[in-house]
Ligand binder design. Structure first.
Ligand SMILES: *Cc1c(COP(=O)(O)O)cnc(C)c1O
Length: 640
């Protein structure tokens, strides 16, 4: 064991000491003056559950790849001391929420200290109060991430609890959280002596950082106009969703209250402050939109897939009067994942057995994945054995989960037969937001029952995911799926795993053969979970939305429907369900169960090879972060 630990440590030290990084050659300017990446959530690992969903996981993977590339990047977010909620399903199959306190002492967090060794304490003005905050540092390889935490004894309870929960409370909690994150985050950077060359706003929640940058410059004697244009030259903005509720909006009354002490330091009048978050600055009725502030105050902006770029240009065109939709300055960079981070242990060992200790050196190069197409390098039998091992591990994980939950009342062997390690295993796991339409596949109940109950071609579904605590419709969908799993003919072919998190995501995205995604087009701005499955040899089955319509080429997975959609939502739901049943019965099942005399599905494995070779070099944060550097971090469009 000691030897193993020494090995890991020396590998880590080599990684940290590496000098000739991609950024050393391509972005040296960012090393002394880093990018400050502001985001409301970070998902690194299940032990630090402070992400609500894909946005947080993406931020985490962004940081991991920035470290791999050697990019100067400093992360700013909040330390939510009870994180995101834990999901429990009650006797009525209804989601209930509870919170578990996190203990910084037992997590990979270091308190930020002052030079004299005392705890650092910063301060930010919210409402009428001076709110104090401390900070925790997470080392993500070479990139430091700072998490602000208002849990200070000097604060009144209201302010102490600001950072209790991810996206917690009502809009007044949210505005205060966001002031702390945006304005407090800039204070922290100043106090630490970090001089960012650029501020990357990851979604609107963080956009108040702009107000702090303006305030600072005015305090130094600049006019508002100068301060605003200087600030704008240092900011870039990423929008992540076309869903209306994903864009924070605050009423004038709330804004007035929250900024009563700060506003006079920024603008002449309160209306001038409101104008920064309004599409029509003169409209007194309009609320303050964080995305509008982010877009107005950034030198460039992007969406997270090609289609999402198009939708965002349409959505935000009113902000750019006189411009046609195509000329709205919102580009796109398609999201990715941190590839090695999402490859499960057996997959990493598969490659290291073939390639030796430094197996992952070229993992982001297309040539690495071209080798998967070579039958002599990787045989069908080997790939199929790997897939069996991963599916089996997921099924055992699922059995253990069910056993743990029911232990006191049930016989421990009751779950020994839950799920079939040889059956085609289809996974669906993500937030239960309405547009993701989790139960769509069960809409045509009779047909799906007929499909899954064929004893020659068994099929099973594993579902998981959390509904937002206030989203009763999402909770009804969870309830419906659990009900089907217990009291319908799908019993034995369908399970719901409680409390989706990074750990469950890792099990599911490695063990499932097929990853199902049924968003209502074009609401899935990008999506990333389907990319995780590919790194482990699963196949993606999805509506042609977000990243998938850029990746799918007819040979490397399965598409539901066409690269278009009708205007009517009802019509779309109806068509998508028909197309889903069609692709399952005509493509997915026949391909998986077309076996040779050794029991190997040759056509299926060919698809796995195609899927890895065509997609793994592209849909990673290694490629994505390079694109951010080259198109956004190093280029000021107004200087070129
Ligand atoms: C990858 C991931 C997501 C994002 O899933 P999408 O299906 O792309 O929305 C959400 N939650 C967790 C825990 C993840 O690992």
């Amino acid at each position: 064991m000691a030897r193993k630990v020494r090995g890991v440590l020396s590998g880590f030290e080599t990684y940290m000491d590496q000098k000739d990084t991609w950024a050393f050659r391509n972005a040296p300017a960012l090393i002394d003056n880093p990018v400050a990446y502001f985001t409301a959530e970070y998902g690194f690992h299940e032990t630090l559950p402070i992400a609500a969903g894909g946005l947080g996981i993406l931020s985490g993977d962004h940081a991991r790849s920035a470290s791999d590339l050697g990019i100067g990047l400093v992360g700013i977010s909040l330390f939510y001391r009870e994180g995101y909620f834990q999901q429990s399903i009650n006797g009525d199959n209804w989601q209930t929420e509870y919170y578990v306190p996190l203990h910084p002492d037992s997590l990979p967090l270091q308190p930020v200290l002052k030079p004299d060794g005392d705890r650092y304490v910063g301060e930010v003005e919210i409402n009428l109060a001076n709110v104090r905050f401390q900070a925790w540092k997470v080392h993500v390889g070479r990139c430091p991430i700072y998490l602000l935490d208002s849990n200070r004894p000097e604060n009144e309870p209201l302010y102490r609890d600001l950072t209790l929960h991810v996206y917690g409370g009502d809009s007044s909690t949210r505005i205060m959280q966001e002031i702390l994150l945006g304005m407090g985050g800039v204070h922290l950077l100043r106090d630490l002596g970090i001089r960012p060359s650029l501020y990357h706003m990851n979604e609107g929640h963080v956009a108040f950082l702009v107000l702090e940058l303006i305030r600072e410059r005015i305090a130094q004697g600049n006019s508002f106009k100068e301060a605003f244009s200087e600030t704008r030259r240092q900011c870039v903005f990423t929008t992540h969703t076309p869903v209306e509720a994903g864009h924070d909006r605050f009423s004038p009354g709330l804004m007035k209250y929250a900024f009563q002490r700060v506003q006079p330091q920024i603008t002449d009048s309160f209306d001038d402050l409101m104008a920064l978050g309004r599409i029509d600055p003169g409209n007194q009725e309009e609320s303050f939109c964080m995305t509008v502030l982010g877009l107005k105050a950034s030198r460039s902006a992007n969406a997270v897939s090609e289609l999402h770029g198009r939708i965002s240009r349409k959505m935000w065109r009113p902000l750019y009067p006189g411009k046609s939709e195509d000329d709205v300055p919102i580009g796109h960079i398609t999201n990715g994942i941190h590839l090695v981070g999402w490859m499960k242990g057996p997959v990493r060992r598969f490659w290291s057995n073939k390639l030796g200790a430094n197996w992952d050196k070229d993992i982001n190069e297309p040539e690495f994945w071209q080798r998967v197409l070579d039958w002599e390098f990787v045989s069908d039998a080997e790939l199929w054995a790997l897939r069996y091992r991963l599916r089996r591990a997921l099924i055992e994980f699922t059995r253990r989960r069910f056993m743990m939950k029911r232990m006191p009342r049930h016989n421990p062997h009751e779950f020994d037969r839950l799920l079939n390690p040889d059956a085609l295993t289809i996974g669906f796991a993500r937030r239960f937001a309405t547009y993701k339409r989790a139960p769509l596949v069960f809409e045509d109940y009779d047909q799906i029952v007929r499909l899954v109950k064929n004893p020659d071609r068994p099929v099973q579904f594993i579902f998981s995911g959390k509904a937002h605590p206030a989203d009763d419709e999402g909770k009804r969908r969870i309830q419906k799926i659990i009900h089907l799993s217990q009291h319908s003919e799908l019993r034995g072919h369908l399970v719901f795993i409680e409390n989706y998190d990074v750990h469950t995501a890792r099990q599911m995205t490695s063990g499932c053969d097929v990853w199902l995604n049924t968003p209502r087009r074009p609401m899935e701005a990008s999506g990333t979970s389907g990319q995780k499955i590919i790194s482990n040899g699963g196949l993606n089955l999805s509506i042609l939305d977000g990243w998938w319509r850029e990746a799918y080429d007819g040979t490397n997975g399965f598409a539901i429907g066409e690269d278009s959609h009708p205007d009517s939502v009802e019509e779309q739901d109806r068509l998508d369900n028909i197309n889903l049943c069609k692709v399952l019965s005509e493509e997915v099942l026949p391909c998986f169960y077309d076996r040779d005399d050794r029991g190997i599905p040759r056509r299926w494995i060919e698809k796995i090879r195609r899927s890895m070779a065509t997609m793994l070099p592209k849909f990673t944060t290694w490629r994505m972060v390079q694109e951010y550097v080259q198109k956004y971090y190093l280029i000021d469009p107004e200087q070129h």
